[in-house]
Design a binder for this molecule. Structure first.
Ligand code: GDG
Length: 501
């Protein structure tokens, strides 16, 4: 079955592989299906590269048992991978979202280890690898995205040694003490080492990965290179380093500058009863985002009378996520109970304490919310990057607004002029909220200007071109040996072993 014109071409010089395709299948009231582009940053970043290189995108269409031939959508060749209902349960909701996700986020929730989930992960990774191999022309560049597909680089390397293979991990890579829990830790490391370049969000993530390589293999390493040898194969050099992801910053600024968006921002404030301060949280409803910590801090400030419900409102957008995974159902109950309690205790007839929204909003509405918010609260307990922080900054062309940002986000490595917080330290979060509310306009502008410079300069197109440039270089030096002077010395081994325990 197919809803779109078939693609005539079958092999491409540039192939992106991700769990989800960059398009969503929508069915109209007459039951006619079509595909619309999903508005993610990755699509925006890779679109120009895709067009220039005549690229293809391999991924799952988002619905079970949907067998669809490759087709073209708005200049991008789409190669769908079919997942059955059982694959979704075991590979996606199981191993990806209930094993790897909690394990890679500091075991905030306990990871579940099930052998049948792992077997499904291997099978589905092989299916993605086969689809990518079939879509790749001789000598093509293949860029694999994220933790759902960590075995694909090695699988591709085995079937197609002619390819140049990149991998980018959008979520953190955990310290060895945590990663080592995984019964299949060695297979994951070997899977990733099939790539020529392995990208991470933070320098610390790349460091954790290199330490795991040292602990689990005997491959020589010298930051950022690893010398990988396997029987019957020439020794290869693999590069593992940080490439912090970003957003299409200009498009956020452009939207924010539109008068209709600014008018909408005013309407939002009015609808909230024009409080002096609007605080905002925008997150997928996920236990890594620290939404409960944020609510606790705000609730205590209200209870202690240090903020007044007439003066300060918190808008919390919690977009629905992974609703069939038990930990997410429980989280939703907990968050909504807390919101209900705080509103019950503190709301007045004219002012609610927390305006809570369990839906997704269109991009326009998100930008209007960013403009309406005096303070953005990002309290993630662990987050690969956190794009919401960067979107807020990019939208604030007026150099106003205060970003309160968790140290446990990748974004905090770059956005040093935010008010940085440890979300576990509730008193510290409360102090930062009070500081943000009281911050003089001049200081807000100075901080925001510095944050904006960083985000506008390092946008997502720079991220993708940096990665692809490094991949190009890695292809050229794949068989260069790590020079003898660069071989790991005893000191490095000792230090690494001591700190990674
Ligand atoms: C993973 C990593 C890393 C959210 N609600 C709505 C909406 N969103 C958009 C935001 C933002 C994106 O979703 C969320 O990105 P984050 O980076 O904040 O978080 P994750 O979804 O966990 O993403 C993360 C990222 O990958 C990229 O590498 O930064 O660490 O976990 O763009 O705006 N967008 C719209 N309506 C919503 O209701 N339109």
């Amino acid at each position: 079955m197919s809803d779109a014109p078939h693609s005539t071409k079958a092999e491409f010089d540039f192939v992106v592989v991700s769990n989800r395709l960059p398009v969503d299948r929508v069915t109209d009231s007459d039951g006619v299906a079509s595909w619309t582009r999903s508005p993610g940053g990755l699509v925006t970043a890779l679109e120009p590269v895709m067009r220039e290189a005549d690229g293809a995108w391999v991924g799952w269409g988002g619905q079970p048992d949907l067998t669809i031939d490759p087709f073209e959508n708005d200049g991008i060749h789409i190669v769908p991978v079919d997942l059955s209902a059982a694959d979704i349960e075991e590979f996606y909701e199981g191993f990806s979202n209930d094993t790897l996700w909690p394990l890679y986020h500091d075991v905030i929730a306990p990871p579940a280890y099930h052998r049948e989930w792992w077997e499904s992960y291997v099978r589905v990774n092989q299916r993605f690898a086969d689809a990518a191999a079939a879509a790749s022309a001789q000598g093509a560049v293949v860029w694999v995205q994220d933790y759902q597909l960590q075995l694909v680089p090695r699988m591709l390397r085995e079937s197609r040694p002619d390819l140049t293979i990149g991998f980018f991990n959008h979520i953190p890579f955990p310290p060895y003490g945590i990663f080592s829990q995984l019964p299949w830790r060695l297979q994951i490391i070997e899977g990733l080492l099939g790539a020529d370049v392995i990208g991470f969000q933070r320098v610390a993530d790349a460091g954790n990965f290199l330490r795991a390589v040292r602990r689990l293999t005997s491959f020589p390493t010298r930051n950022p290179a690893i010398e990988v040898s396997s029987a019957g194969q020439p020794t290869r050099r693999v590069v593992a380093r940080a490439f912090p992801i970003s957003i299409d910053a200009k498009s956020f600024e452009e939207l924010a500058r539109e008068p209709r968006i600014q008018e909408r921002a005013r309407e939002i404030r009015e609808g909230l009863g024009n409080p002096r301060t609007v605080m905002l949280g925008v997150d997928r409803l996920d236990y890594t985002k620290g939404i409960g910590h944020r609510l606790k801090a705000f609730g205590e400030l209200l209870a202690e009378g240090r903020v007044n419900v007439e003066d300060v409102t918190l808008v919390q957008v919690a977009s629905p996520s992974r609703e069939r995974v038990a930990a997410y159902m429980q989280l939703r109950d907990e968050i909504e109970l807390t919101v209900g309690r705080i509103n019950g205790d503190f709301a007045t007839m004219s002012h609610t304490a927390i305006s809570y929204h369990h839906h997704g909003y269109p991009r326009d509405e998100m930008v209007a919310l960013y403009l309406a918010a005096d303070v953005l609260l990002v309290t993630a307990l662990r987050d690969g990057m956190n794009l919401v922080a960067k979107e807020y900054v990019a939208s604030r062309f007026d150099d106003d607004g205060v970003l309160v940002l968790s140290e446990f986000t990748g974004a905090s490595d770059e956005l040093k002029k935010a008010l940085l917080i440890n979300p576990h330290d509730i008193d510290g979060v409360k102090d930062a909220i009070l500081q943000a509310i009281a911050m003089p306009a001049k200081e807000r502008a100075t901080r925001m200007r510095s944050l904006r410079k960083r985000v506008l300069e390092n946008d997502v197109s720079r991220w993708s071109s940096n990665f692809l440039h490094t991949l190009e270089q890695a292809r050229a030096s794949r068989y260069d040996r790590i020079s003898p002077v660069q071989l790991p010395d005893e000191l490095e081994w000792t230090v690494d072993r001591r700190w990674s325990d």
